[in-house]
Write a protein that binds this ligand. Sequence first.
Ligand code: DP6
Length: 325
Amino acid sequence: MSAYTARAHTNIALLKYWGKADQNLIIPTTSSVSLTLNEFYTDTTVEFLDNLAADEIYLDGAFLTQTSTKKVQHLLDLVRQMAGLTNSARVTSYNHVPTSAGLASSASAFAALAGAASKAAGLSLSPIELSRLARQGSGSASRSIYGGFAIWERGYDDLSSYARSINEEVSWPIQLLTVIINDQPKKINSSNGMQNVVATDPFYQSWVAHANIQVNPMLEAIERHDLAAIGAIAEANALQMHAQNMMASPAFTYLTDESWQIISLVQNLRKEGLIAYVTMDAGPNVKIISKPSDTTIITEAIQASLPTATITAATPGPGLYITKG
Ligand code: DP6
């Protein structure tokens, strides 16, 4: 059987996925909306072999042990089931994320794995089928099948929960300026963080209800190319998600003093007339939704306030791309 290589780009949620209705199938409690980024991606090669005793997984040249790759093996098992295969696979993956970016996301990793593994197993899956498969590795990966803006429709079971494209080719000016904060708090991975919130936050159902109300205004803002409206809805949604973490028991937060320093700096830039809004994920880094032409002014303001931050401008990127070999 032939080897196949897939490239998938990471995506950042403008409306967040933060909680599962089904842990095993990874069905979310809300729909989420994302922008795929050009600058950060994963290349993964998969080959099913006759003479391998077990799956062999390499990340950035290093061999990974079986215990650290349970989710990868789960996705490979799903592919084997679909293709009627029993062979083990060799998986070689490279993350192309600037080393300091702190964005190493499971989104690009599982989207690339779904693409390469399904092709290597002889399957020809549609984008929706690929999205459902990637979803079962990591929820956010369901959206990285597509370029540009995508929506992961919450759905209610394996068949109905998948992402679809909103707008693959984004030819108007929008960027996410990623600000890497050095001061790292204790790590709580996103799966555990969201599970704590769903289980213990007394306000969680209100968050779900409100997040669902944000979907249509976000889709309309994307359709109008309305950067200020996209930013305002995304910032509110992100702050509301992070507020849920503070309502969990025990309360926790991903945001550090430096995160808040950047958040208030961006709010001040808005008072000066700039279109700039923030979004944050399961870590302290802040992404600034802004116009590419404002990069210099925003970068200079950040450097003056927090000289240790690393800043990368990320622009809309393409969908999954699979090649033989
Ligand atoms: C805050 O997709 O990493 O980035 O499905 O458990 O693997 P699992 O979670 P994951 O969660 C991403 C959470 C987020 C928001 C988002 O990307 O929508």
